[in-house]
Every structure is written in structure tokens, then in C-alpha cells.
Ligand binder design. Structure first.
Ligand SMILES: [Mn+2]
Length: 295
């Protein structure tokens, strides 16, 4: 099965077997944030390309909200959505949809049993940022946070100890997640590579502590019930024409995570390319062994 590359920012280097859709004209409109009607329009455009569980690469994590139309296209009653991400992506954002606020929209889909955001290490889930979260889906247990090495003891005092889970190690977190998930439910998996340790890949966001082999273990555990997969977290540099978006992304501290120069950008993208190839091989082990046999 060929991967589908939504080429919005030129960051996804060629994959072994891919189909690529040129979407550079959409970058200014969609990157970082957009209106829900823009995502609807993109969903219409992609409808014919998104049949079956084809893995979709969307570029920088600044496009993570594009998961909304992709998940909508694969809606299955009772599905779980597993999001690997260093951030909860469930923040309040009153001006449309944004790459850190898309999870609440997915949790609102009647077909979705729950969204599990796994691998959160960022400060966003600390007590001081609790007011920034969308509370409704947390209190309805439609969204769970699986955090690692962040103080989340406050969850008990706000009545959310069943949905804000805290762990000392990634291993402990993944084991508890495995026990929690119902193996009968179909799963849509959305991977933002900012969940990974900077030793493995570099993204243009602050990153978490999960290692590549741990991420691949998640893939192994879910593979047989996956109904869709998307991947973000490539690295690309972009200057918004829109001053408002420029300001909002600066407020999120994005400048701190840019490559120093073009050589560094290329190196980071090549490391990402290696990760993507290994990810695809792990996702479709049969296809990979056939490929090696020369078929
Ligand atoms: Mn994300």
C-alpha cells in the first residue's frame, strides 16, 4: 500500500512507495490554524484519495488539525483515536481550529469512543495551564491524557484522576495504556513526532521523551485493528504572510525550535525520512518482506 503525502510544506522527503498531492497553495490558509470550513473543503478535495487505511503524511506538526477530515473520512462506530504527541492538542482556541486544539473536535464525533493522547511531556498539562484545556471532553471521559514525567497529581483534586494519567516511565505508560484499551475497538492512530526524544528526530516544536523503538511497539500493539494512520512532525520553516498567525506562532515559542541553517534543516529532514521509511516498514511488515523478496 502506497503512503499518501499531502505536500503542503515540502518537508516530507520521498518515500519508497508514495502518492503525492501538491497542496503548497493551501499552506498559508491551513498552517497553524484555519476555519473549520477550510478543513471541510480539504476533506472534499481528498475524499477520493483517502479510501482504506492508507497512511497519510501531512508535513509539520503545524498541520496536525488536518487529522479532522482524515478521521471523519474513516469514521467507524465505537472507534478509539490514539494520538502520540508531546502536547495535549486539546487547548481552547476561539478563532477556528488550530494544531493544538483539534482533539476536542474529534472527541465530539459520535462515532468516537475516546481520544487517548499519549506521551505528553510538555508543561501544557501542568496545573498552571489547566484553565487552557477544553474541559468538557475530559469530564465526559472522551479525552484521556497519558503523561510522562509531568506533575499531574492535581488531577485528583479537580476530579479527573480517571482521565489524566501520570507515569514516571514511557514503558509504564504504554503498559497501562495497553491494559486500558479495549482490543475489540477499531483504532485510528495519529502520530506527531514531537512525542519523540530529540536524539531520534528533530521537529519544529518542543519534544517529548519517547524513543523510536517504544513508538514502534505501540504500532505493533495496534496494527491489527488500525483503520487509519496519519503522521506529522516533519520540520519546515515558514514565514506567514498573515501577521496574526505570525504573532500567534511566536507566542507558542516556535522560534526556539528552528534549525540554525539550511544544512541543519536538510540533515533533520533526512533523519525524518529514515524514520518514515522504518515506520512504514513496521506498519506493513508483509509488504516489506515481499519487497525484499523482489516481488
Ligand atoms: Mn500535535
Amino acid at each position: 500500500m502506497k503512503a499518501l503525502v499531502l505536500d503542503l510544506d515540502g518537508s516530507v522527503l520521498p518515500l519508497q512507495a508514495e502518492r503525492r498531492i501538491a497542496l503548497q497553495d493551501w499552506q498559508e490558509c491551513l498552517r497553524f490554524s484555519c476555519r473549520m470550513s477550510d478543513l471541510d473543503a480539504l476533506g472534499d478535495l481528498l475524499a477520493e484519495h483517502c479510501q482504506g487505511p492508507v497512511p497519510v503524511f501531512m508535513g509539520s506538526g503545524d498541520f496536525h488539525h488536518l487529522g479532522i477530515p482524515l478521521i471523519r473520512a474513516r469514521r467507524t462506530m465505537g472507534m478509539d483515536v490514539v494520538v502520540l504527541d508531546n502536547h495535549p492538542d486539546n487547548m481552547r482556541f476561539p478563532w477556528g481550529v488550530h494544531c493544538g486544539s483539534w482533539v476536542a473536535h474529534v472527541a465530539a464525533m459520535p462515532e468516537v469512543h475516546a481520544v487517548h493522547v499519549v506521551g505528553i511531556h510538555a508543561a501544557d498539562v501542568r496545573l498552571g495551564h489547566f484553565w487552557e484545556q477544553v474541559w468538557g471532553p475530559l469530564y465526559q471521559a472522551k479525552v484521556h491524557y497519558w503523561t510522562v514525567q509531568v506533575p499531574v497529581e492535581y488531577a485528583r483534586w479537580v476530579g479527573l484522576s480517571k482521565v489524566i494519567h501520570g507515569f514516571d516511565t514511557v514503558d509504564g505508560m504504554l503498559e497501562a495504556l495497553d491494559q486500558h484499551l479495549d482490543a475489540q475497538r477499531p483504532v485510528y492512530l495519529s502520530v506527531d513526532k514531537d512525542v519523540l526524544n530529540v536524539e531520534d528526530v528533530r521537529t519544529n516544536w518542543d519534544q517529548g521523551v519517547m524513543r523510536q523503538h517504544e513508538l514502534f511497539e505501540v504500532l505493533d500493539a495496534l496494527r491489527s485493528r488500525l483503520i487509519g494512520v496519519d503522521v506529522t512532525g516533519e520540520v519546515s520553516v515558514y514565514r506567514y504572510q498573515n501577521a496574526w498567525k505570525r504573532r500567534l506562532s511566536a507566542l507558542d515559542g516556535q522560534q526556539a525550535h528552528q534549525p540554525a541553517n539550511t544544512e541543519e534543516l536538510q540533515k533533520w529532514q533526512q533523519d525524518q525520512q529514515r524514520f518514515n521509511q522504518s515506520f512504514l516498514a513496521r506498519l506493513q511488515p508483509e509488504a516489506d518482506s515481499l519487497h525484499k523478496l523482489g516481488r
